[in-house]
Design a protein around this ligand. Structure first.
Ligand code: DX5
Ligand code: ZN
Length: 217
């Protein structure tokens, strides 16, 4: 268990983005999580290449890009050029997932596969060995501020089992509805990385929330 915190910029104050990036640089947060949405895979539009490039320019920590877009293989090279260090694609959005995973690796990025709350973990059995991360969605993707889906605990257990069974070194990332109530338990149950937006940015002292999520006090 690594206890990595990846704040989601979806909940940052975009009018003060540079201020929020500096806040995260000076915090105990480990990565910057950027949610890319295309209005097809999810019913929302968020950020794109320019945003990612801007964050990369000022962030001192790895850029964790979560693509909630159909056929993400079209944009692997572009996101590499914008500064993505990690690229997550959705299982549900890729027809040739094996090829997409290896293409991301060839571009020198770490690769994660995200699964929606309804997608069973066993579907990752033939690819988990090649992954750096499994991204378990603990809300239906598309929006910040949603309620954590409790079934994620079961999926966490199933993912840990599959990682062991397949001799994979993938880390488990959980995304959506993470707050001070569930963060500690998720880490205890085997999550390595937690993505949180609302819980961090809606608080008057985001650094304190990050500290408590990481250290538990
Ligand atoms: C949801 C995104 C999340 C989102 C999390 O589709 O993938 O990264 O920003 O936000 P909260 O923490 O508010 O649920
Ligand atoms: Zn995300």
């Amino acid at each position: 268990m690594k206890k990595i915190i990846a704040p989601s910029l979806l909940s940052a104050d975009l009018a003060f983005l540079h201020r929020d990036i500096e806040m995260l640089n000076g915090s105990e947060a480990d990565w910057f999580h950027i949610d890319i949405m295309d209005s097809s895979f999810v019913s929302n539009i968020s950020f794109g290449f320019m945003f990612t490039k801007y964050v990369k320019k000022y962030a001192y920590k790895p850029i964790d890009v979560h693509l909630m877009i159909l056929e993400p293989e079209r944009y692997i090279e572009k996101f590499k050029n914008c500064g993505a260090d990690h690229l997550h694609v959705h299982y549900e959005a890729c027809i040739h997932l094996n090829r997409t995973i290896f293409s991301i690796k060839e571009y020198g990025m770490k690769v994660g596969v995200a699964i929606n709350p309804h997608t069973p973990v066993f579907l990752l059995q033939d690819i988990i060995k090649y992954l750096d991360f499994v991204l378990l969605m603990s809300v239906n993707p598309g929006f910040g501020g949603q309620k954590f889906i409790h079934q994620t605990y079961k999926k966490l257990e199933q993912t840990k089992d599959l990682i062991l069974k397949k001799d994979s070194s993938a880390l488990i990332e959980v995304d959506g509805g993470i707050n001070l109530e569930n963060a500690c338990l998720l880490f205890k149950n085997g999550a390595d990385i937690l993505v949180a937006g609302t819980a961090i940015f809606s608080h008057s002292n985001p650094r304190k929330i990050i500290h408590i999520m990481k250290k538990g006090t």
